[in-house]
Design a protein around this ligand. Sequence first.
Ligand code: NDP
Ligand code: HSE
Length: 440
Amino acid sequence: MPHPLSGLAPLRIGIAGLGTVGGGTLRLLQANAELIATRAGRPMLVTAVSARDRQRARGLDVSDLRWHDDPMGLADDPDVDVVVELIGGSEGPARRLVETALSRGRPVVTANKALIAVHGASLASAAERAGVALAFEAAVAGGIPVIKALREGLAADRLVRIGGILNGTCNYILTQMRETGRSFAAVLEEAQALGYAEADPSTDVDGIDTAHKLAILAALAFGRPVDFDSVHVEGIRGVGAADIAFATELGYRIKLLGIARRTGEGVETRVHPCLVPHSAPIARVEGVFNAVVAEGEFVGRLMLEGRGAGAGPTATAVVADLIDIARGSLVPAWGASSGSLSTLTSVPMSACRGSYYLRLEVRDRPGVIAEITAVLRDCGVSLKSMLQHGQAAGAGPDESVPIVLVTHETREQAMQEVVQCIAGLDVVVAGPTMIRIEAG
Ligand code: NDP
Ligand code: HSE
């Protein structure tokens, strides 16, 4: 018996990019075609595709689909109702394709966080002018349906905090460093050999990927235009094996977090390694997993955990957006029309508050701690605890030992002064390495 929906007009889909996510999307649409059609209320049909190399073996049969050497062809293809951009990059063909498709009145689905973080405000305006959807569920935390949770599930609440572990590569590296005691460089090299980290890992390990995702989450959570440039970004290259060991000893784990917070002064958006208490739920999110923590005035605190990358998880997010479009659902990209977004200002990093971990290597001789604590006193920073184990191996005046300081809550600007002054002391051989402490 034919499927009851088989007589209905299908949603005709054009996909640009047949890599990890594009290939996964084609496979999911094929594997779950009936289920997806039932939920969408009509069949989904991929009619056209584009990638760079037509001859590449992809384990996919695209012989029945119209092939476009130039992805821009999808924006004008008469057999395409919705364009799916899975090429990547904030500029170049991805940006041109999305802008062109919207200008032709075609809805767009994308997984491209770089594009949405950098150009999401103007693209949303273009989608509104055209009266079509711009959907990007897959752009943040892959298989975790966080965009929909923020834009629809939490639409009635005023959020005060959003963020979490948004990059699987960094979380994998930090987890491996803790479990094996190895250095950042050794773990990264192994992750690259295993295909867990990119050949050029900088977007991931320098925090940029997390910052793209955080900018998107902050815009949705606080109802203001997406503002990637205001995100403070630090990656994980500076986290040493010694920091991981000291953090464990102090009862913390080190995580790369994206944190966006609404305060009396405006919105803080920052990405940096953090010490989080090992009892905090987010501290237990390990390996390639992502977790998003949100806190609202009415809803309280919630955490969503899952796979933030990979063909299967990311494809579920892409296809969820396609199902919305097939159903005729049209939600503003940022949860409210562009003209009604708020003008909450961005708080500079120097004005943020928190407590801090400092690790430094000092000469093992009398008076050193007094010199260091004098710097803290002069900068108005209060010390909470200090760690030094034993004596330097040679026990001579030029031998060095690591010490760790933990401060009470203070202003970032004061800590920057502390770091600068301590680094300049003769008794300091290396460091300090500063890591912020978060409640989790
Ligand atoms: P891949 O590198 O695996 O695939 C990119 C695809 O784009 C390839 O098929 C490539 O063609 C095609 N492409 C590149 N340049 C052009 C061009 N000029 N014209 C036409 N096609 C082109 O990337 P991913 O699938 O990993 O990522 C796609 C998007 O999804 C990115 O925005 C990424 O940030 C995002 N994303 C990825 C996740 C993941 O787990 N990988 C998770 C969440 C989001 P060819 O195959 O011929 O080289
Ligand atoms: N490179 C990202 C990560 C996956 O490591 O989490 C795509 O968002």
